[in-house]
Design a protein around this ligand. Structure first.
Ligand SMILES: *Cc1c(COP(=O)(O)O)cnc(C)c1O
Length: 507
C-alpha cells in the first residue's frame, strides 16, 4: 500500500509544467528560447503586412497542417509545422503599412507583462486567487478615474474590451432606472411589465454594440433611438432634443444616453458637456463610449476634447487600441461605486458577504464574468516602462501624421478626402476620378482595397458613408511615417488607374 508520505522517484509530467525542479526550469527555458527564436525569424522576414493569400487558400493550409501534425510532437516540430500556415499567414500588425482597423501593434512592455500574466495565471474574481493582482488592478482603476476627472466615489473594473464595457454601462443604466422608476429589482425579478417603453439614445454613428447590448439586455435592438449627427459627425444636440420630445409624446421612457468619444470611422467626439447637461436634466444615465478616444487622457494636443467626460455615469476605455496593449485589455468605469450593486452576486465559495465585512476585496463583485485575466498588469507595466511622456509623443505623432496624410491625399487630383482635418487618426477618402459614375466608384474602391490586401503590400479598410464605399486609414502605429502613407497612396492610384483601364477595355 502506498502511503501519502511516500516519494516516488519518477514524478509524472515533469516537463509539461514550470516548477523548481531541473526539468521544469529547462522546459520553461526551452519554451521561451524556441518561441522567441521562431518569432525573430518570422519578424525579420516580414516585408509586408500580409502574405496576400485568399481566405480559401489559408483555410486549406490550416486544415492540411492540422491533419498532418502528429500527436505528441516536440515543440520544435510543432513550431516548424505552424511556421507557414499560422505564423506567416497572420496579419502582421506591427508592420507600418497595416493601417486598416483600430488594431494596434502591441508594446513590448505589454508583451513582457503578458508572459508573466500567463505564467502567474492569477484569476481576478476573488482575492484568494489574485492576492497581489487585485491591488494592481485597483491601483490602475484609481489612476484612470483620477485621469478622467471622476469623483472620489468612482470605481471601475477591467474588461475584455469595449463591447463588454458598453454592455455593462447599459446593464447598470437599465437596472438603476427600473429600480428608480418602478421599484423593480431586475436582478431578482427580471424586467418589469413596462420595459417595452424603455429607450436608449445614441448618435447614428455610435458603435453597433449599443444595439447589440440592448438585444442582450432583453430590451431589443429597437429600444435604441439613433440621433442624427452634424457635419462633424457628432451627435446633434437639436436633434437630440427633438428625439426626446417625440419619445415623450409617444409615452416612451428614455433612460440612457450613449455619447461616443471617438467614433470608429471619423473618430468624432460627441459634445460631451452638452450631453451631460441633457442627461442630467432628463434623468438619463450618461454612458460615454471612449473605447477609441479614451487615450486622449495621455495626449498633449487633444486632451481638451475630453471635457465633460467627468460628468458621465459610466465610461468605456479600451487599452488594446490607442494604448497599444496586446488583445484583450479594456476597462469599465463608474462615477459612483454603488452602481456595482447591480452586478454583485454573493457565492458562498467565492465572495461571501462576510469577506466584505472583513475588508477583503473580491473583484468579481464588479464584473459580469468570473474567471478573469490579470490584464491590468499590461497597462501598468507599459505606463511604468514607457512613461506617460513617451505615450503622449506616440499618440500625438499619430494625430499629426493623420493630419499631414489627409492634406497629402487632399492635394491629389484623383482623390477625395471626407475629413481633411481628422478629429483623431482616421482618414476617410476614396479614389475618385472626375468622370467615373457613382456606382462604378463604389466597386472601384472596393476592388482597390481587396487588391491591396491580396498583394499584401498594405492593409487598409473600407467603409460606407451614406451608402457610398470609401477607403479608410486608421493610423494607430506610431512607427508609421508620412513616406509610408505616400507609398500606399501611390499604390492605390496605380491600382485604380489599372482597374479603370481594364473596365474600359471590357466595355
Ligand atoms: C472598438 C470599439 C468598441 C468595441 O470594443 P472591443 O474592444 O472591440 O470589444 C466599441 N466602441 C467603440 C467606439 C470602438 O471603437
Amino acid at each position: 500500500m502506498e502511503s501519502i508520505h511516500q516519494t516516488k522517484d519518477n514524478k509524472p509530467f515533469e516537463d509539461l509544467f514550470f516548477h523548481k525542479g531541473p526539468k521544469g526550469i529547462k522546459a520553461y527555458e526551452d519554451v521561451v528560447k524556441q518561441v522567441s527564436t521562431k518569432l525573430i525569424d518570422i519578424y525579420s522576414n516580414v516585408n509586408q503586412p500580409y502574405v496576400g493569400k485568399k481566405s480559401e487558400e489559408i483555410r486549406k493550409e490550416i486544415q492540411g497542417s492540422l491533419h498532418s501534425t502528429k500527436q505528441e510532437e516536440s515543440l520544435s516540430d510543432f513550431l516548424e509545422a505552424i511556421d507557414v500556415p499560422i505564423l506567416r499567414n497572420s496579419l502582421h500588425v506591427t508592420h507600418e503599412k497595416s493601417v486598416a482597423h483600430l488594431h494596434c501593434p502591441p508594446l513590448l512592455p505589454g508583451i513582457a507583462a503578458e508572459m508573466m500574466i500567463s505564467l502567474l495565471n492569477q484569476s481576478m474574481d476573488s482575492w484568494e486567487q489574485s492576492t497581489a493582482a487585485t491591488y494592481v488592478e485597483q491601483e490602475m482603476i484609481s489612476w484612470l478615474t483620477k485621469r478622467f476627472g471622476l469623483p472620489a466615489e468612482a470605481d471601475g473594473v477591467f474588461s475584455s474590451g469595449g463591447s463588454q464595457s458598453n454592455y455593462m454601462g447599459l446593464l447598470l443604466a437599465r437596472d438603476s432606472f427600473c429600480e428608480q422608476h418602478w421599484g423593480c429589482n431586475v436582478q431578482e425579478h427580471g424586467l418589469p411589465e413596462g420595459f417595452k417603453k424603455m429607450k436608449i439614445l445614441c448618435s447614428e454613428e455610435a458603435h453597433f454594440t449599443v444595439q447589440k447590448s440592448a438585444s442582450q439586455l432583453g430590451l431589443g435592438a429597437d429600444a435604441v433611438v439613433t440621433v442624427k449627427t452634424d457635419h462633424h459627425h457628432r451627435l446633434s444636440i437639436p436633434h437630440l432634443y427633438e428625439a426626446l420630445r417625440v419619445l415623450s409624446d409617444e409615452g416612451s421612457l428614455p433612460f440612457a444616453l450613449v455619447g461616443t468619444c471617438g467614433t470608429t470611422d471619423f473618430g468624432s467626439i460627441d459634445p460631451l458637456d452638452e450631453l451631460a447637461e441633457v442627461a442630467h436634466s432628463n434623468g438619463l444615465w450618461l454612458h460615454v463610449d471612449a473605447a477609441f478616444g479614451g487615450a486622449l487622457i495621455l495626449s498633449h494636443t487633444h486632451a481638451y476634447k475630453l471635457n465633460g467626460i467627468q460628468l458621465a455615469d459610466s465610461i468605456t476605455v479600451d487599452f488594446h487600441k490607442l494604448f497599444y496593449q496586446p488583445i484583450s485589455c479594456g476597462a469599465f468605469l463608474v462615477n459612483d461605486r454603488r452602481s456595482f450593486n447591480y452586478t454583485n452576486h454573493h457565492a458562498d465559495y467565492l465572495n461571501p458577504e462576510s469577506d466584505e465585512a472583513e475588508g477583503i476585496v473580491n473583484l468579481v463583485n464588479k464584473s459580469i464574468v468570473t474567471t478573469r485575466r490579470f490584464d491590468a498588469f499590461k497597462i501598468f507595466a507599459s505606463l511604468k516602462i514607457v512613461g506617460t511622456d513617451q505615450f503622449r509623443e506616440m499618440i500625438d505623432h499619430t494625430f499629426s501624421l493623420a493630419k499631414r496624410s489627409a492634406h497629402l491625399i487632399d492635394r491629389l487630383e484623383l482623390f477625395n478626402v471626407l475629413n481633411v482635418n481628422p478629429e483623431l487618426n482616421t482618414i476617410i477618402f476614396r479614389f475618385q476620378p472626375g468622370d467615373v459614375p457613382e456606382d462604378e466608384l463604389n466597386t472601384l474602391n472596393h476592388s482597390i482595397q481587396q487588391r491591396l490586401l491580396h498583394e499584401g503590400t498594405a492593409v487598409i479598410a473600407k467603409t460606407k458613408v451614406q451608402k457610398a464605399t470609401y477607403l479608410k486609414f486608421t493610423l494607430l502605429n506610431p512607427r508609421t511615417q508620412i513616406q509610408d502613407i505616400h507609398s500606399i497612396v501611390k499604390d492605390i492610384e496605380l491600382l485604380g488607374l489599372k482597374e479603370l483601364e481594364k473596365r474600359r477595355i471590357i466595355q
